[in-house]
Design a protein around this ligand. Structure first.
Ligand SMILES: Cc1ncc(COP(=O)(O)O)c(C=O)c1O
Length: 426
C-alpha cells in the first residue's frame, strides 16, 4: 500500500510542482504513490512495492516497460548524437514505414506530442476548407489547448472547459454525442458551410471506453465526404494498438488525416500526423500553414519509434492476437466469476483495451457513463491497489494490456477483480 515514503515525496513535490504532479490524471487523493522503475508488465514503487500495471503509460507501452530492443536501439543512437535540427535519413525511413502501414498516410509530419499533432491537423483542415468551425465529441480528448478543451474527457472530464481558455476560440467548437448519428447529421446539415473538420477518437478511450456502434464510422465517413468536411481520426491511443494500422485498418475506414503518438513511440516522446497529399502539402515550407518544433524528428525519438513500428510490423501476427486474447480472457474471467454481482456492472473491451463501469446498462455514450457509480469505482481502485494491481485512477480512463503481460498476470488479475467485486464492493 501507499506508505510513508510516497507521502513524504508528495509533500516535497507539492512545494515545487503545481498539485505535486506534471499531468493532472496522475494525482489521486490523498496523494499518489511514486514510481522508481518498471520492467515488463510491472512497476516498482518508491516503497519497493511491485504492482501489475494496467495503465501502461496511458496506453503507450504496447510492449511493456523497458522493452529491450527499444532500449538497445536508443542506446546506440545516444552515442551518435541526440539532436541535430538538420534532416536525417532516419526520418525519411520512418515516414516511409508509416506510409506503408497507415491507410491515409500519403505524407507524414513528425511532431512531439499528441496535442501538437491534433492541433496541426485542425489548423490544416481550416486552411484546406477555408472554414472555421470544428466538430468534436463530448468526452473526446485531443490535448490541452483551447479549441479542444471543450467537453473534453480524460483529466478534463470533471471541468466543462478550462479557465483561462479564450472563449471566442472554443465557441467555434461544436459538440456532439458519440454514437448518436442523428444528432451529428443535424449539426452538419445546419451549418456545413462553416465546418472545417470533424475530429474524433474512432474508439473513444478518454471517457471510459466507448466502442462505435455498427456502421457508425461508415456513416461518419460518408457524411463528411458529402459536405467536404475533413475527417480527422485521432489515433493517439488506438494507432499501432488496436491493429498495426490502427482504427483505419481495424474498421476499414480511411480518414483524411490521422494522428498518432503513444504506441508509436512506445514510451518515447514522439507523435505524427499523416494524411492526404493535398492537405499535408499545405504545411510550411511547401505551403503556408505554419507548424514547427525544435525537437520534431529528433534522432532519439525517431530511433525509438522506428524500432517500435518495425517490431510491431515483424510480429504483428503474434502481438495483436496475443494482447486481444489476454484481454478477452480477463474480461470473460471476471464475468464468469462475478455472477452474483453481474447485474451491477458492465465491462467494455476491444483489442487490448478494457474498462469496467458500475452500471448494468449498456455503456455506449458519455451519458451512459454518468450513470456509473463513481464511489464504487474508487473502492475498486483502492482494493485492487491493496492487491498490487494498478489501474488508471479514474473511471474516465481506460485500462491497457501489453505484450509483456503473461497468462499468470491475467489469472492473478481475474482473481483480484473477482475478489474485490464479490467481497468488498457491495
Ligand atoms: C486520443 C488522444 N489525443 C491526444 C492526446 C494528447 O496527447 P499528448 O498528451 O501527447 O499531448 C491524448 C492524450 O492522452 C489522447 O489520448
Amino acid at each position: 500500500m501507499i506508505s510513508n515514503r510516497s507521502e513524504k515525496l508528495f509533500q516535497r513535490a507539492i512545494k515545487v510542482i503545481p498539485g505535486g504532479v506534471n499531468s493532472p490524471v496522475r494525482f489521486f487523493p490523498p496523494y499518489p504513490f511514486f514510481v522508481s522503475s518498471g520492467f515488463g508488465s510491472k512497476i516498482v514503487t518508491a516503497d519497493h512495492e511491485t504492482y501489475l500495471d494496467y495503465c501502461m503509460g496511458y496506453g503507450s507501452l504496447i510492449f511493456g516497460h523497458s522493452y529491450l530492443p527499444l532500449i538497445e536501439s536508443v542506446k546506440t543512437q545516444l552515442d551518435n548524437g541526440t539532436l541535430f535540427c538538420i534532416p536525417s535519413e532516419k526520418e525519411i525511413y520512418l515516414a516511409e514505414l508509416m506510409a506503408k502501414i497507415i491507410p491515409c498516410a500519403e505524407k507524414v509530419r513528425l511532431v512531439n506530442t499528441g496535442a501538437e499533432a491534433t492541433m496541426t491537423a485542425i489548423r490544416l483542415s481550416r486552411a484546406f476548407t477555408r472554414r472555421k468551425k470544428i466538430i468534436k465529441f463530448n468526452g473526446g480528448y485531443h490535448g490541452a489547448y483551447d479549441y479542444v478543451l471543450v467537453k473534453a474527457g480524460s483529466g478534463a472530464a470533471s471541468i466543462p472547459s478550462s479557465e483561462g481558455s479564450f472563449p471566442q476560440i472554443s465557441e467555434e467548437t461544436l459538440i456532439v454525442q458519440y454514437n448518436d448519428f442523428g444528432e451529428l447529421e443535424q449539426t452538419i446539415e445546419k451549418e456545413a458551410e462553416n465546418i472545417s473538420c470533424l475530429i474524433m477518437e474512432p474508439v473513444l478511450a478518454n471517457y471510459g471506453l466507448l466502442i462505435p456502434e455498427k456502421n457508425y464510422l461508415t456513416e461518419i465517413r460518408k457524411i463528411t465526404k458529402k459536405y467536404g468536411i475533413v475527417l480527422i481520426f485521432d489515433e493517439v491511443i488506438t494507432g499501432f494498438r488496436l491493429s498495426l494500422g490502427g482504427c483505419s485498418e481495424f474498421f476499414g475506414i480511411t480518414p483524411d488525416i490521422a494522428t498518432f503518438s503513444k504506441s508509436f513511440g512506445s514510451g518515447f516522446p514522439i507523435a505524427a500526423l499523416c494524411g492526404k497529399r493535398e492537405i499535408m502539402d499545405q504545411l510550411s515550407p511547401s505551403g503556408n500553414v505554419y507548424q514547427a518544433s525544435t525537437y520534431a524528428g529528433n534522432p532519439i525519438s525517431v530511433t525509438a519509434a522506428t524500432t517500435a513500428v518495425e517490431s510491431l510490423l515483424k510480429n504483428k501476427n503474434k502481438v495483436y492476437p496475443t494482447i486481444a486474447r489476454l484481454c478477452d480472457t480477463l474480461v470473460l474471467g471476471i464475468k464468469d466469476r462475478v455472477k452474483n454481482f453481474a447485474d451491477y456492472y458492465t465491462i467494455n473491451s476491444i483489442g487490448s483495451l478494457f474498462q469496467l463501469f458500475f452500471t448494468k446498462e449498456k455503456v455506449s455514450s458519455p451519458l451512459d457513463i454518468l450513470k456509473s457509480d463513481y464511489k464504487l469505482f474508487e473502492s475498486l481502485f483502492w482494493d485492487l491497489l491493496k492487491k498490487n494491481i494498478f489501474i488508471p485512477p479514474s473511471m474516465y480512463e481506460t485500462c491497457f494490456i501489453s505484450y509483456a503481460h503473461s497468462d499468470e498476470d491475467i489469472e492473478k488479475t481475474i482473481e483480484c477483480y473477482s475478489d474485490s467485486l464479490n467481497q468488498h464492493i457491495k
